[in-house]
Ligand binder design. Structure first.
Ligand code: ADP
Ligand code: MG
Length: 242
């Protein structure tokens, strides 16, 4: 069963066609890594998966629901698909636990007390229970990103999207965030990860997708994609980043 089906997805900004017909399937519990040069459309693709962008044409079907259908409500989509960004986007005036508990309370999914309980459990899961009442400004980059992941998990999403979640981090903090993602993968979470961490993509993904110029150029099991790249553009890209 495919959790996500992307069919002939096109996205233009003005006359700049950024996605030029993407087809992609992500199975339940599958981890798909998306790699490719800057400007190839990776972020735009992810943003189309949770309706942060409206596709120009084509379909994005999550659990049988076509997100391009105008009757689909944004709130429903965002509850089912969590997203973590390069810049953590935490609310600075709220404590860590308030950041995590906010959405479930605002969307009427939980009482404040339930949401706090759940937030504390998620903080335990990402190893930050002792930071519950801290403000984001007092956290390191790696800690902020782990809070952002906990916040995304608070809605019990069926799918998690990560857009370069470690790109803004100092090198010594990358590992702690990758470990949280690794744990989610082991727990069976369906995930799409845009990453420039090639070693991590290779290790954690079931399938790796190489995008260039708004199309999927090659996709394969990571051992094959990294070990025996077929396309010239992929070989060229790997020669620069590995
Ligand atoms: P990547 O994540 O692979 O670096 P992006 O999806 O961010 O690529 O961007 C692909 C192209 O789309 C770039 O040329 C970028 O300038 C353009 N683009 C992305 N978002 C917007 C936007 N909101 N408005 C106009 N152009 C955009
Ligand atoms: Mg990007």
């Amino acid at each position: 069963m495919s959790k996500i089906v992307v069919q002939d997805l096109h996205k233009s900004f003005g006359d700049n066609e950024v996605l030029k017909g993407i087809d992609l399937r992500v199975g339940e519990g599958e981890v798909v890594a998306v790699i490719g040069p800057s400007g190839s459309g990776k972020s735009t693709l992810l943003r189309c998966l949770n309706k942060l962008e409206e596709p120009t044409s084509g379909h994005v079907i999550v659990d049988g629901v076509d997100l391009t259908d105008k009757s689909v409500k944004l709130d429903e989509v965002r509850q089912r698909i969590g997203m973590v960004f390069q810049h953590f986007n935490l609310f600075p005036h709220m404590t860590v636990v308030e950041n995590i508990a906010l959405a479930p309370v605002e969307l009427g999914r939980m009482t404040r007390a339930q949401a706090r309980e759940r937030a504390l459990a998620l903080l335990r899961r990402v190893g930050l229970e002792e930071k519950a009442d801290a403000r984001p400004a007092s956290l390191s980059g790696g800690q902020k990103q782990r809070v952002a992941i906990a916040r995304a998990l608070a809605m019990d999403p069926e799918v998690m999207l990560f857009d370069e979640a470690t790109s803004a981090l100092d090198p010594e903090m990358v590992g702690e965030v990758l470990q949280v993602i690794r744990d989610l993968a082991a727990g069976g979470m369906t995930m799409v990860l845009v990453t420039h961490e090639m070693g991590f993509a290779r290790e954690v993904s079931n399938r790796t997708v190489f995008m260039d110029g708004g199309v999927v150029v090659e996709e394969a099991a990571p051992a094959d994609l990294f070990g025996a790249p077929k396309n010239e553009r992929l070989r060229d890209f790997l020669s620069k980043v590995l």
